[in-house]
Design a protein around this ligand. Sequence first.
Ligand code: ADP
Ligand code: GLC
Length: 480
Amino acid sequence: MKIVHAASEAFPYMKTGGLADAVGAMAGALADKGHDVAVFLPGYRAALAHPDAAQAERKLRLKIEMGNDFIAGDVRVFSPRKNLRVFLICREEYFDRSAPYGNGERDYEDNADRFIFFCKGVVETLRLADLQADVVHAHDWQAALLPLLVREAERRHNVTLALKTIFTIHNIAYQGLFPAPTFARTNLPDELNNIDGLEYYSQINLMKGGILFADRVTTVSPRYAQEIQTPEFGCGLDGVAQTRADDIVGLLNGVDAAVWNPAIDALLPARYSSANMAGKQVCRAELLKRCGFAANYSGPIYGMVARFTEQKGVNLVLENRNFFLSAECRLVVLGSGDKALEDAMHAFTAEAPQKISLSARLDEAMSHLIEAGSDFFLMPSRFEPCGLNQMYSQVYGTVPIVSRVGGLADTVIDLDEQPATGTGLMCAPTAVGLRAAMQRAQTLFVDRRRYSAAQQRGMARDFGWATAAKGYEKLYSDSL
Ligand code: ADP
Ligand code: GLC
């Protein structure tokens, strides 16, 4: 099949979170199965500076209609591996910036234009380069206009650009909500600017368009497919999601074993496997050293790697201040984002720098070291569409502590509920719930037999992309 992915992130060219890992790995897995895969990304500064892009050729010049303007750009293409091409939709004014969505506190003011331009650039490339896609697969709000724009371009130019469109919701909390006049920039027919179209409480909502107009909609875990249809998790789009109930399917993300595998992980000071865990001790020692903690510490280390947002339950960790200060434990946090959360976490580490550490930056190597060197991994998310770190934890022999929501509930087996198969600890997404789970963790850690059995079971689980790739293949080839 000819499969076109469009997203605002794909590892290794642009990453702020799991979207990048998921899109990069999904595209790679489908390419490995012999499909002809194209991944479209905005031509960010970082993507163009990536060594793979050094051989990029300029494929097309674009002149994109946006409202009454025509905006120029170009398309560059390179092929990082067999069956995979990366198309960068470039326009310096939009994408030659240091970050993809905003500067620290605020989103860029021209984000609507930037991502509408991106989607239109994808459609123009499909048409002008005659890509003959079987499937156009759009991810999250930044690409959510594609299903509509593809059909609109087909109507206008009397051509077929894609047999099928798929829209994947990686996170319904980010919807691409913009002021009403933004609609004009889409050049879509006015009849789409109403309650059955993009209009949403007097604004326009790009994700709503993806949900309503894609041929099929997917979420990144089965449980999240149900959750988004409820007021508690739907972020105001639950009613919209319900209208597509028959067309929504949840396909669990996998782990890219070329990137997240302790046996070959070049970012670690030592490698290990379930058969020989010695390397994990080396990683643990390195982690203690990097945090400035005493080298002879032998109690449990709790790791956390997360974007600092409401979603990730950083405040639940902060609310458990007393636990971390009084219990025998170490806490290692890697994360940045919300300024207030960062400040609060900094203040917390200052209370006990000998046992709590925060690295408030993006640091790929440190994220691997925390997965490998910790004993427990904290992920007390309020909601979690899939979540990757809890899977990485299991693969790295680190016992995850997660809240019972979304993909976390789908991928972790609670040790007390299922003693024979358990791989982690589950809790309610509250401060009290998290504390109870950490108390269970303290007890588990000293029961070495039970702890290492949980590690071994986690490491034996198969989180490979093969299952998800099969699910997508079926979705792409099923008749509508
Ligand atoms: P989300 O996409 O909601 O952020 P996921 O668990 O799906 O959550 O994926 C998060 C990804 O981002 C993981 O690969 C994680 O290691 C990475 N990550 C998050 N914060 C950082 C950071 N500060 N430095 C490096 N990697 C990070
Ligand atoms: C989003 C979600 C996360 C998911 C990732 C990849 O960022 O927040 O739960 O794992 O997308 O699908």
